[in-house]
Each structure stands twice: as structure tokens, then as C-alpha cells.
Design a protein around this ligand. Structure first.
Ligand code: GTP
Ligand code: MG
Ligand code: ZN
Length: 368
């Protein structure tokens, strides 16, 4: 009886953190009755340690040494569910999803290795694209974020901050809505709490939101206002002095009083892609629909006769800047997939080289 009650309490305290039956199944398969191993969620990532949470307990733990040399192992990131034994992370449970990008500073640069995935956060329900309606506001960047999020199979919502800076902030909402089809757009201001209640539904129990956006967009300020007190440091120096400085330097998952969780991330400078799951089709439906009707199947929509996309631009059904943005991302995704294919080929080649060497050494031993 007591044991049952304990189990119920534990699953309740885990479900508050986003635990569900899929994770439970993985756990049962891995743990196989070993009660010295327990699951916890990664809520803070530091240089040599991780902050984990289970129920009301937060503990600083280290990671098993094998994570450093077993390269195919998932390395824990913020939001991961991990298995703990004696204050050490021994395993990472399979992820429901993950927000990943190409490693910083690689996109479009031929000489930098782009084949590096950087997982920003795992097991998410919504990703907030946070953008100020100040100098930070950039429609093309919002399109990039949307493509990135859809390519990771995640749900975006757009949060426009600093509504107090303008007489007619709704103008920015309309501008974003025109490019972000069916994506919710929320206008907020931390200064007078305008619009914050619209974000509450995302914070229901067990739900995890990750926030991405440039440095200075107001992500941490938003967390503090939603929380009701200052829990994350924010940029307090004047904009001109603080520009380009990252105030948030570590990723952290914050359990909110409303019940959900928010992951506050450091500002992102460059957005390189990693996955391609058809995000462009979702972000640019007007282009994709016309592209299906072009005369040539491999039409690049730049000069070909019978190109419906170019015709669309001519009659005003497609905006030239949207087509430019689409083409640029398409080129990047193509470049990335070529690189990934090349590196997969190289791995396969290395594998066969290893097999050939082994056979050679067996034959040599046989002869001797
Ligand atoms: N006027 C106004 N200023 C805001 C608002 N929200 C944030 N700010 C200001 O914007 C600046 C940056 O805010 P932060 O919350 O530190 O930005 P951040 O996105 O967390 O930045 P990083 O941690 O560097 O990624 C601060 O000076 C805030 O006071 C708002 O709604 N209105
Ligand atoms: Mg911050
Ligand atoms: Zn075309």
C-alpha cells in the first residue's frame, strides 16, 4: 500500500516535469528492476556538471566517463531525461524531439566544418521565437527561425516583445502574420505586462517551452515577468553599451508557478540549419504550391521558361524578398545535405578500410 502511494507520488512529481508513458516504457526497458537507478530531468548545464531535478529535489551531478569516448551516445542537453546512479548520469532516455542547429558560425562558410549538430534543448512542446520590435525586428530572420523549428518537427509561436516602444505595435504583428501562416503571434511588453496572459495557456502542467532569439530580445525579462519575480539576470546596462553582449550564458529550465516549464537560452547570433524535414514547404506555402506547377521538375525558379513561381512574382502573388529568402535557405539546405552525404560516405569508406585491414591481418597470421 505504502509502496503504491510512493509510486503515485513519484509519477505525479515526474509528470509535473513532463514525464509521460513513453519515457516510463523506456525506463522500464533500461532499468529492468534496478531500484538504485532513477530518472531526473536536466534543468541546468554547466561546464563540468549538470543540474538535475526530480520532484522538488535539485542536485548537481557529473557524467559517466564513457560519454566522452562512446561517440554514438546521446550527450545530455537541457530538457533531457537522464538516468542517475550515485549522483552520476549513466544514460539519456530517447528524446521525444530536439531543437538542433548547425554549430555556430558555420552556415554558408565553406572552410568551416558544418557537419556538427548543436542540440539546443530536448523534449519540447513549443518553441517561442522571441523578437523585440526594436532594432532586433527582422522578418527574414523570423522566417529562418520558423524553418529551423519546423525542420526539427517542433511547434513554433512568435512572441514580439517591447510593445511599449511604439505607438502602433500592432503593425509589427500584421507584418509577421503575413509571413507566418497559422503561427500564433503574441505581442507583449514587460514594462507594463501587456499581453502576458496570452502566454499562460502554453504554461500548463508538464509543458515545456524553449525560447530562442537574439541577445537583447528580452527572453530573460519575459521569464521574470511570467514568473512574478526576478529569477534570471537581465541586461540592465543601456542598450548602446550592452549591445552584442550575452547576458544569459547558461541554458536553464525553469519550473514556472503556473505549472509549465520555460527554457531560457543565451541569444543566438547565427542560425545554421541541421535537419531538413520539409520546413521550407511549411514556411513558404505560396512558393511551394506554385513550384509544383513549373514546367520543369527540377526548376530552380531563377530563369526557366514555364516557371510558375517567377510568374507568381510577376503578378504579385509571391513577394520577391520572400523568394530570395526561400532560395537562400534552399541553397543552404542543399549544401548541408551534400556535406552530410559526403561525411556519411566517408564513414562508410573508413568502415570498409577497417574491415579490409582486419582481413589482411587474419590472412597474414594464417600464412605465418
Ligand atoms: N522597453 C522594453 N524593454 C524591454 C522589454 N523586455 C526587455 N526589455 C529590455 O531589453 C534588454 C534585454 O533584455 P534581456 O531580457 O536581458 O534579453 P535576453 O533576450 O535575455 O538577452 P540574452 O540573455 O543576452 O540572450 C533589457 O535592457 C530589458 O530591460 C520590454 O517589454 N520593453
Ligand atoms: Mg537572457
Ligand atoms: Zn519554377
Amino acid at each position: 500500500m505504502t509502496k503504491n502511494k510512493d509510486t503515485n507520488n513519484i509519477s505525479k512529481s515526474l509528470s509535473i516535469l513532463g514525464w509521460d508513458s513513453d519515457f516510463q516504457t523506456h525506463l522500464d526497458n533500461i532499468r529492468r528492476g534496478n531500484d538504485n537507478v532513477f530518472p531526473a530531468r536536466v534543468i541546468g548545464v554547466h561546464k563540468n556538471s549538470f543540474l538535475i531535478r526530480r520532484g522538488n529535489n535539485e542536485t548537481l551531478v557529473t557524467i559517466a566517463g564513457r560519454f566522452n569516448y562512446q561517440k554514438d551516445r546521446l550527450f545530455p542537453v537541457i530538457g533531457d531525461w537522464v538516468l542517475i546512479a550515485d549522483k552520476v548520469i549513466i544514460d539519456v532516455l530517447p528524446r521525444k524531439n530536439a531543437l538542433s542547429r548547425g554549430a555556430a558560425g558555420t552556415h554558408g562558410k565553406q572552410d568551416v566544418q558544418p557537419n556538427k549538430e548543436q542540440v539546443i534543448a530536448a523534449n519540447l512542446d513549443t518553441v517561442f521565437i522571441v523578437s523585440g520590435i526594436d532594432h532586433d525586428f527582422n522578418i527574414r530572420r523570423i522566417e529562418r527561425y520558423l524553418t529551423l523549428i519546423y525542420n526539427c518537427g517542433l511547434n513554433p509561436a512568435i512572441v514580439l516583445t517591447k510593445a511599449d516602444l511604439h505607438q502602433d505595435p500592432e503593425r509589427y504583428v500584421r507584418e509577421v502574420e503575413a509571413v507566418a501562416f497559422e503561427v500564433p503571434v503574441h505581442l507583449v511588453s514587460a514594462t507594463d505586462s501587456y499581453g502576458l496572459t496570452c502566454l499562460e495557456p502554453y504554461l500548463s502542467e508538464g509543458q515545456t517551452i524553449a525560447m530562442i532569439g537574439s541577445s537583447g530580445a528580452g527572453k530573460s525579462t519575459l521569464v521574470n515577468h511570467l514568473y512574478g519575480k526576478v529569477i534570471q539576470p537581465t541586461n540592465t546596462v543601456s542598450e548602446s553599451v550592452g549591445k552584442g553582449k550575452h547576458t544569459t550564458t547558461n541554458r536553464s529550465l525553469i519550473l514556472m508557478p503556473q505549472g509549465g516549464m520555460v527554457i531560457d537560452n543565451p541569444g543566438i547570433r547565427e542560425i545554421g540549419f541541421w535537419d531538413d524535414a520539409g520546413g521550407l514547404d511549411i514556411v513558404f506555402p505560396e512558393i511551394e504550391n506554385l513550384a509544383n506547377c513549373c514546367r520543369f521538375q527540377d526548376c530552380s525558379h531563377t530563369h526557366e521558361p514555364g516557371c510558375q513561381v517567377l510568374h507568381g512574382v510577376m503578378i504579385g502573388a509571391v513577394k520577391q524578398e520572400r523568394l530570395d529568402s526561400y532560395q537562400k535557405m534552399k541553397r543552404e539546405l542543399l549544401y548541408l545535405s551534400n556535406r552530410q552525404q559526403k561525411s556519411a560516405d566517408r564513414v562508410e569508406k573508413e568502415r570498409w578500410k577497417g574491415v579490409a585491414l582486419k582481413i589482411k591481418s587474419i590472412n597474414k597470421r594464417r600464412r605465418n
